[in-house]
Design a protein around this ligand. Structure first.
Ligand code: ME8
Length: 513
């Protein structure tokens, strides 16, 4: 294996219902992982759920069941959604799993033993009727943001991680490693934040207020603050303290995909925690933008939450995946508009890709007895087409590795357009009329082989549709898809298979936009 590739999503709060935003990050990770597998890299794709904390405790209390039982029920919604969206993760971590609890406790104990954690006092605002703590900036006009009642300032003993000691080191590290936080405007945002003095991080909650968390190994009257627990999932799953060889291979290659909402936790808390624990940094933290609806962030209270599975049911899962990857410039916000999804569906997918397969299968049936023909002598047109497809392979991998997925897809689709034009210009129907059957075979072989190879580069985004293309062309996929990335794999004489349209046109829109 040439190299390792380790990609993670945030672990989502188990109480939420998976929506377009969660689906986006997870499909993005899936697509990147599939490209890495296609390149032949040792690939590890991790997602999961964040299961401790106040909200889970409260929700389970309302239902009158234990928090673990509540989480066990809730987690299924994420697991099922990823399955339905053709997400092939290698691991799904839950922060309540013993493998994770063990690592969190080991790290806490080690930091405590080495004086990186100390007992101090936490000052904050407390809403007595709600039994909730708020920070100064949470307050609405000085009152509880939830119920609007006055809050009391309280002082409570708590444990702190000496985060402030790492401020200078972190600034230097970020400056010396320009690829660490991406895109660059997010790196600048973090460096801007670090111009203010960095405080220490309160990492505990007293059990009297919150019991649903990982107990501090050195003081059973406290549980671990949920972010200090959650971030550690990334090293737990990579094999830290369980499979050190694997951990050493994967960890330096880690790519954390996150939304821009959780930049500080991943770019300030996490690097300093790792540093204090004596661990290396992940390779990259990449913060993508928001999917917004008419300029507003999706939220349950505004009632503009897009349910990914509703759309996937109408347009098909693969078309939905294609749209998300094609229409967001990674990093920037993107406005979700179903008419744009419909436009991509009819244009790129049905007209360009679906139609290419459809025409080819028809012509192979009509002129080549329903079999892959044997190519004869080639002209410069065939050589150019072959060359274009072969060059596309490294170009696509380079763009994907630079996380320019929308550009990679635009380029692949432009080659699909070139295959369509090659057929137009070579006019196999006219050649057939004048009895040039060998020429017809040469043209159709090249067009079919070009489609096979180009569609392999679309497979990470459209896994099911592309498998149908290969089935129609009678291509026996190799055990490792990487071996399919050369020219000339369609076997002359193989029967082709006529199937239903790849992207049927009679779909109805679900949302009124
Ligand atoms: O923050 N557009 O979990 P979470 C794009 N448990 N992406 C979006 C989005 C939107 N409108 N809405 C959500 C947490 N996301 C913590 C993470 S990690 C150690 C702990 C995606 O359930 C995006 O990836 O609130 C964002 O960062 C994540 O969902 C937040 O998920």
């Amino acid at each position: 294996m040439s190299e390792a590739f380790y990609v993670t999503t945030p672990i989502y709060y188990v109480n939420d219902e998976p929506h377009l935003g969660h689906a986006y990050t997870t499909i993005l990770a899936d697509v990147l992982a599939r490209y890495a597998r296609l390149r032949g890299a040792e690939t590890f794709f991790l997602t999961g759920t964040d299961e401790h904390g106040q909200k889970v405790q409260e929700a389970s209390q309302r239902r009158g069941i234990a928090p673990q039982a509540h989480a066990d029920e809730m987690v299924v919604r994420f697991q099922q959604a990823w399955k339905d969206l053709h997400v092939e993760h290698d691991d799904f971590i839950r922060t309540t799993q013993p493998r994770h609890v063990r690592v969190v406790k080991a790290i806490l104990q080690d930091l405590w033993d080495r004086g990186e954690i100390y007992l101090g006092s936490y000052e904050g605002w407390y809403c007595v009727p709600d039994e909730r703590f708020w920070t100064e900036k949470d307050l609405k006009e000085g009152n509880c943001p939830d119920c609007g009642r006055p809050v009391e300032q309280i002082v409570e003993p708590n444990y702190f991680f000496r985060m402030s000691a790492y401020q200078e080191w972190l600034i230097d590290y970020i400056t010396a490693h320009p690829g660490f936080i991406q895109p660059d405007y997010r790196r600048n945002e973090v460096l801007g934040f670090l111009r203010q003095p960095l405080g220490d991080l309160c990492i505990s909650r007293p059990v009297s207020r919150l019991s649903w968390g990982i107990p501090l190994p050195f003081d059973s009257n406290y549980v671990t603050y949920v972010w200090f627990d959650a971030l550690i999932n990334y090293v737990t799953a990579a094999g830290y303290l369980s499979d050190e060889d694997r951990f050493d291979r994967l960890w330096p290659q880690a790519l954390h995909l996150i939304g821009k909402d959780i930049l500080t936790t991943h770019c300030v808390y996490w690097p300093t925690m790792l540093r204090a624990a004596g661990l290396a940094q992940p390779k990259t933290v990449f913060a993508h933008g928001w999917w917004v609806i008419e300029g507003a962030k999706m939220s349950k209270s505004v009632g503009n939450v897009v349910k990914p599975l509703d759309l996937a049911q109408v347009y098909g899962v693969d078309a939905f995946r294609y749209f998300l990857m094609r229409d967001m410039t990674l990093g920037r916000d993107a406005d979700f508009d179903e008419s744009r999804l419909a436009h991509r569906y009819h244009g790129d997918l049905a007209n360009d890709l679906g139609n290419l397969l459809h025409r080819l299968i028809n012509m192979l049936g009509r002129y080549c007895k329903g079999r892959i023909p044997r190519p004869g002598e080639v002209t410069s047109d065939e050589s150019a087409l072959r060359e274009r497809c072969l060059v596309l392979v490294p170009q696509t991998f380079a763009q994907v590795q630079a996380l320019a997925l929308n550009e990679a897809l635009a380029q692949i689709m432009s080659v699909i357009g070139e295959i369509n034009r090659y057929i137009e210009q070579s006019a196999p129907w006219a050649q057939a009329k004048s009895g040039q059957l060998e020429r017809v075979g040469t043209i159709l072989y090249h067009a079919a082989e070009a489609l096979r190879l180009t569609s392999l580069l679309l497979q990470p985004v459209l896994p099911e549709r592309v498998a149908e293309i290969w089935h129609s062309l009678g291509w026996q996929t190799p055990d490792s898809l990487k071996d399919g990335l050369t020219w000339g794999q369609l076997e002359p004489g193989t029967p082709i298979v006529t199937g239903p349209p790849l992207f049927p046109r009679d779909i109805e829109r679900v949302l009124e936009t």
